[in-house]
Design a protein around this ligand. Structure first.
Ligand SMILES: *Cc1c(COP(=O)(O)O)cnc(C)c1O
Length: 358
């Protein structure tokens, strides 16, 4: 067996231990004679798997009791609509810090008055725009941010102060990568396929006082209040994705939880940015103060060399380094499941590639 270091932005690398356990349990889960995929979501056996995944997430993120954890479908993109459908009464404030933030903003415009209070769009999202407390409208229903911008490789170094206005965060690409004080947020949501588990599951963490007044036209599957009442099982949940998520969260727990993995993530990002900064050949694209620890974006001197790098790296088992078309160049996504050895191998490759091509 030969596994590669997969730097894909998502679906992304998963802990090998979780995959191995799933393989072992594939045909016969815990003596049931069936795969988890074949279990009824209404069975006691499956309910235990579902509950355990939720409890692990609660414990790893230290989610307070006054928050509900929902396991939904439809991806983070589904939540771009669900957020206004559940929270928007009159108007909301959005921060346009990247392509997904922009997508959320334009989706929300279908449902009401949306104000873009800060944006870095004009500079191709190379930084997180400043948000001062005065910019937040105190009569807004919520303020919307994207804590890590996957495509552009930027991250909020500090959360905005929103006073009494609930802060809503798309945390798809850096949830569980560093400690966040959940009580600072009204809502956190994330597609699982970056840093939680496999695609198919969407996690929504919502403060309970924000439930209870969805818009009338909110589809039932996006209705947080209804889904909370039904234990996320109004309809069939993504059963296998939740099981896999549980295995990934158990692995994370063994790494010392979010606190433990944070130290590894800081070191991984430091190694990679140091390699890029110490070179006149590579150019990181995000401003230093806004750099992501999860998605590292950079270029070589020209697009042909970028393409050569992607090809040669892949031949050495360092795959999926091509940048998003909106940025070009290269992107190394180094989520929790990317071992530090993968980043060390990438740094060594980058130095050698520079020596040969500079
Ligand atoms: C990947 C991503 C999305 C889109 O997620 P889907 O699950 O594909 O809908 C949205 N926001 C951010 C920050 C992402 O990284």
């Amino acid at each position: 067996m030969s596994r590669v270091y997969n730097f894909a932005p998502g679906p992304a690398m998963m802990p090998e231990e979780a995959l191995a356990t799933a393989a072992r349990e594939m045909l016969d889960f815990g003596g049931t004679g069936m795969s988890v995929m074949e279990m009824s979501h209404r069975s006691k056996g499956y309910q235990a798997i579902f509950d355990e995944a939720g409890e692990l997430l609660r414990s790893l993120m230290h989610i307070p009791d006054n928050y509900s954890v929902l396991f939904l479908q439809g991806g983070a993109t589904g939540q771009f609509a669900a957020v206004p459908l559940n929270l928007l009464k009159t108007k909301a404030d959005y921060v346009d810090s990247g392509n997904f933030a922009h997508g959320a903003l334009t989706q929300a415009e279908a449902y009401g008055e949306i104000h873009c209070i800060a944006s870095s769009r004009e500079d191709n999202y190379t930084y997180i725009p400043d948000i001062t407390p005065e910019m937040v409208e105190q009569d807004a229903d919520y303020v919307y941010i994207t804590t890590n911008n996957t495509i552009f490789g930027t991250r909020y170094a500090a959360l905005p102060e929103t006073g009494a206005v609930p802060l809503v965060a798309d945390m798809s690409s850096n949830i569980l990568s560093e400690p966040y004080d959940v009580s600072r947020f009204g809502v956190i949501f994330a597609g699982a396929q970056k840093n939680i588990g496999p695609a198919g599951l969407t996690v929504v963490i919502v403060r309970k006082d924000l439930l209870g007044s969805p818009r009338k036209d909110c589809p039932k599957v996006f209705n947080w209040t209804l889904m909370d009442e039904k234990g996320s099982m109004l309809n069939t949940p993504p059963t296998y994705a939740v099981y896999m998520t549980g295995l990934c969260l158990k692995w994370l727990q063994k790494q010392g939880g979010v606190e433990g993995i944070t130290q590894v993530n800081i070191e991984k990002a430091r190694l990679l940015y140091e390699t890029l900064d110490n070179s006149a050949f590579y150019r990181p694209t995000a401003r230093p103060e806004s750099r992501s620890r999860m998605n590292v974006t950079f270029t070589t001197p020209d697009p042909d060399t970028d393409a050569l790098l992607v090809k040669e790296a892949a031949a050495q088992g360092l795959v999926n380094l091509k940048g998003h078309r909106l940025v070009g160049g290269l992107r190394a996504s180094i989520y929790n499941a990317m071992p530090i050895e993968g980043v060390q191998a990438l740094c060594a490759f980058l130095k050698e590639f520079e020596r040969k091509n500079a």
